[in-house]
Design a protein around this ligand. Structure first.
Ligand code: HEC
Length: 117
């Protein structure tokens, strides 16, 4: 009985840890692949439109303190303080009624790792 419980525990731990395999290196190598037609995601080509249409009308003039999303420099400033939170906040489409399609979310996530203008 003890041995059985131990085996069950090991199996459960293996399952949990095997789900955690995506490290930054894996992510970055995946990240060089085509995301919804974009190999390189840039602020001007992709991100500006997404933010202007879905976020900037609330995130401007410090209406949300420290989180203006209405210019490249403002977004970079936010990223330097909070990083991935910019994506984490909206990834489940449960923030302030905003819904982003899956391509927009993938682009945003990809761009945050390499936020070129
Ligand atoms: C209807 C207005 C509105 C829209 C649209 C909106 N937000 Fe927000 N956002 C808020 C408010 C209000 C807060 C502060 C309260 C909260 O945390 O939910 C906030 C907070 C945030 C924060 C956390 C700020 C901090 O304190 O670090 C992030 C990140 C964020 N929003 C990102 C976004 C992104 C990205 C979009 C567009 C995809 C977006 N928001 C669209 C109103 C909005």
């Amino acid at each position: 009985m003890r041995a059985f419980n131990f085996t069950v525990l090991v199996v459960i731990l293996l399952v949990i840890f095997s789900c955690k395999s995506e490290n930054l290196e894996d992510y970055l190598s995946n990240n060089n692949q085509n995301v919804c037609g974009c190999i390189v995601v840039t602020y001007n080509e992709d991100i500006k439109t997404i933010l202007d249409n879905n976020c900037s009308y609330c995130h401007t003039n410090q209406a949300v303190s420290g989180c203006d999303l209405d210019s490249y420099q403002a977004v970079i400033d936010y990223l330097q303080h909070e990083g991935m939170q910019l994506y984490d906040y909206v990834k489940n489409n449960d923030h302030q009624g905003v819904e982003l399609d899956s391509c927009s979310l993938k682009k945003l996530q990809k761009w945050i790792y390499n936020p070129v203008e």
